[in-house]
Design a binder for this molecule. Structure first.
Ligand SMILES: [Zn+2]
Length: 251
């Protein structure tokens, strides 16, 4: 078995790759190759320029060739990926640590893309559903039957809510991506935890809405309603908390 500290060493490198996914998936750009050039001067980046966190810190956030500011996006994602691993490490060890990191990194990427683009790409949610079923089979928690039922129920419940919302309000309130993200929740937590995830996500969504809502709008147009805000980040944090702390709370 690989020792646990390897996960902390790898986390910032995985964060670099997550940054590439966050920047390129919504733009339909290929993600196969890593960042290769300075966005500003086009100088090819070498191994020295691509060490997560360290390169950015040593070069004080600037391109070593042209001095253009590199921006904080990549170091932020790298730091967030490391934070996910450290957080999981406070509760997990061994295979559970690696699997929970996989979930956390997937949720981090989805939440970031949804916050910026109102988009939860299938290419991320669908593999994460399968990974959840695989994790349930490996760790025998939640029981594989509960995980499979959770994935199916999570998806169907959200589709149903979306359908009712469209009938009642005459427009879409929840995207199909949200349904697949709730299927991710069911696969990783089991159907029993879905209620807690939806409740937690609703609370997080309300907090997000209140925190980001402008105090007033002077052009007379109606304020943006919660339906126009991304629900993915709220779902992602709720899935993460229930997955990590649900067993301790007896859920
Ligand atoms: Zn440059």
């Amino acid at each position: 078995m690989v020792p646990d500290w390897v996960v902390y060493l790898l986390a910032p490198f995985i964060g670099s790759f997550l940054g590439v996914l966050i920047r390129r998936l919504p733009a339909d750009l290929p993600v196969g190759n890593a960042r290769s050039r300075c966005d500003h001067c086009g100088t090819p980046l070498g191994p020295r320029d691509l060490v997560p966190l360290l390169s950015w810190l040593l070069a004080r956030g600037r391109c070593r060739h042209c001095g253009a500011p590199i921006g904080e996006f990549y170091p932020l994602v790298e730091l967030a990926a490391l934070a996910v691993a450290v957080w999981a490490g406070t509760l997990d060890a061994g295979a559970a640590l690696w699997l929970d990191c996989l979930l956390g990194w997937g949720l981090l990427t989805l939440a970031w893309i949804d916050a910026e683009h109102l988009l939860l790409p299938d290419v991320l949610t669908l593999p994460l559903i399968l990974a959840g079923l695989g994790a349930a089979w490996l760790l025998e928690w939640p029981p594989i039957v509960d995980a499979a039922a959770g994935a199916a129920v999570g998806y169907l419940v959200f589709r149903l809510v979306a359908l009712v919302y469209r009938r009642v309000r005459g427009r879409d309130g929840l995207g199909g991506g949200d349904a697949k993200l709730l299927a991710v929740a069911g696969a990783w937590i089991g159907w029993q935890g879905l209620g807690d995830v939806v409740l937690g996500a609703a609370l997080a969504g309300i907090l997000w809405f209140v925190a980001t809502r402008p105090a007033s709008r002077d052009d007379g147009r109606p304020m943006a309603g919660p339906a126009e805000l991304p629900f993915g980040p709220a779902l992602a944090i709720a899935i993460w908390l229930v997955r990590l702390y649900g067993p301790f709370l007896g859920l």
